[in-house]
Design a protein around this ligand. Structure first.
Ligand code: EPU
Length: 423
């Protein structure tokens, strides 16, 4: 298994480009199942999760061709509406094929995702919504087996019990081909949901309100092809900005959407960074912090536009080297503090009380061997390693490869001393 070796305490400086968002590219690839016409996606990041979904779709008969950042998908010869356990267990986002398969083909068999490192993560709201749209859903031998007794899904009013990102996406895709109007209440407002809706509308769907908590979908009989550029990855961008602050550097992230980063940028300012934004770039300067260290800043994760749970570990790494104490409260997932014990190995002072971590900043972290446990936890460890004195080795970085494109090259270009040790 590959590892990353980081020699820390190099301030990051320079420009880096954000890639396309993994969490938009995945539902958008799944949307190819809604039409027999080709879908051309651009700005698709080169990531393990994208390859995994490509293989899953390929196994169903979708043709998937990649050329750099472009991916062309065409679902004109689907022969198998099945997402097997072997795929779903490696990537929960596989559940995103359920809505499209059911809407277009009237049946689907998708393995039920189990729990994962960050929490139980049930999909009951996806199922509840599809049932309200007229699907019959059973669990058989660990699979969700769904069909449409009336031949076509019917529009419905759906209020999910909690806000769910992929749940909103699955239901929006299913409702796009349903008969009549669907209203999704309590919808996720994440930019990736809005980006998916923009793509679906280019395919001929009639969706209003995506990006707000109420989405209205007027179902159509058929969808066509489309070309679409995947929205920039706000989590990758935010990761570089946190790394700039933790290393007291000066970094410009280009090709991003600054307003998607608002909650994080406020916290970076509170921590003492100078933050400037243009139309598609953000600069974080932290090379002249008073006292030479960031100020500790507390955060509470929340659904968009709140502070993203996907940025919690990276921001914790900043707080680890800050002046003062801060709390980080996780409200989305029940077990998303797996990075804490690893940060402690680097010398951080953190205690966990329920869903809150209390971080007392230390003057310096000291490099050690640590283990990545999930994607964003790994990103937090990379930032801590970049800030730490000496050498940090991060094991099990396959988690990182699921969601960060060429991370060692991008950080290396900013002056980090980072290398991949191949297994
Ligand atoms: N939930 C349920 N039932 C459901 C659906 C969700 O109880 O049917 C709960 C979850 O267990 C969780 C909360 O609702 O406690 C929110 O989960 P959500 O469904 O919004 O998460 P998700 O759609 O599975 C997406 C991202 C995650 C990101 C979360 C929260 C994708 C492919 N994944 O997951 O991204 O953390 O939203 O913003 O979009 C990552 O990229 O590292 C990642 C984990």
């Amino acid at each position: 298994m590959d590892r990353l070796r980081i020699h820390g305490q190099q301030p990051l400086r320079g420009d880096v480009r954000a890639s396309g968002a993994k969490n938009a590219a995945l539902p958008e690839m799944a949307a190819s199942l809604l039409s027999a016409q080709p879908l051309e996606l651009d700005n698709v990041p080169q990531l393990m999760d994208v390859r995994t979904l490509g293989a899953l779709l390929g196994g169903m008969g979708v043709s998937v061709a990649r050329d750099g950042a472009r991916v062309r998908l065409q679902a004109d010869a689907v022969h198998d509406c099945v997402a097997p356990y072997e795929r779903v267990k490696t990537m929960r986002a596989s559940i995103l094929v359920l809505g499209p398969l059911l809407a277009r083909f009237g049946h689907a068999r998708v393995s039920l995702p189990g729990g994962c490192a960050i929490g139980a993560r049930p999909v009951d709201q996806h199922v509840k919504g599809l049932q309200l749209l007229g699907a019959r859903v059973d669990i058989e031998h660990g699979d969700i087996v769904a069909s449409v007794p009336d031949g076509r899904l019917r529009g419905a009013r759906i209020t999910t019990d909690m806000i769910t990102v992929t749940g909103t996406e699955n239901l929006m895709m299913a409702a796009a081909l349903a008969y009549g109007e669907t209203v999704l209440e309590n919808a996720a407002q994440e930019p990736e949901v809005a980006d998916l809706a923009a793509l679906l509308n280019k395919m001929g769907a009639r969706i209003d309100g995506a990006g707000s908590s109420r989405i209205r979908i007027e179902g159509v009989a058929e969808l066509g092809g489309a070309a679409h550029r995947v929205v920039p990855d706000r989590i990758e961008a935010g990761t570089f900005l946190c790394a700039a602050l933790a290393t007291r550097g000066d970094v410009v992230v280009r090709d991003c959407v600054p307003r998607h980063l608002d909650a994080l940028l406020d916290k970076l300012r509170d921590a003492g960074a100078e933050v400037d934004c243009g139309d598609d770039w953000v600069r974080v300067r932290a090379d002249a912090l008073p006292g030479g260290r960031p100020r500790a800043v507390s955060v509470r994760t929340g659904e968009y536009p709140g502070f993203a749970t996907d940025m919690q570990a990276q921001f914790m790494a900043v707080d680890c080297v800050a002046q003062g104490a801060a709390t980080l409260t996780e409200t989305i997932f029940e077990n998303r503090f797996m990075h804490v014990q690893e940060l402690v190995r680097l010398g951080a002072n953190i205690t966990i009380e329920g869903n809150t971590c209390v971080v007392q900043g230390v003057e310096r972290l000291s490099g050690a061997t640590v283990m990545a446990t999930d994607l964003r936890a790994s990103a937090g460890l990379v930032i801590a390693g970049l800030a730490a004195e000496g050498t940090t080795v991060i094991e099990r970085i396959y988690h990182l490869d699921r969601g960060y494109e060429a991370i060692e090259h991008k950080l290396g270009a900013l002056g980090a001393r980072i290398e991949r040790l191949r297994a």
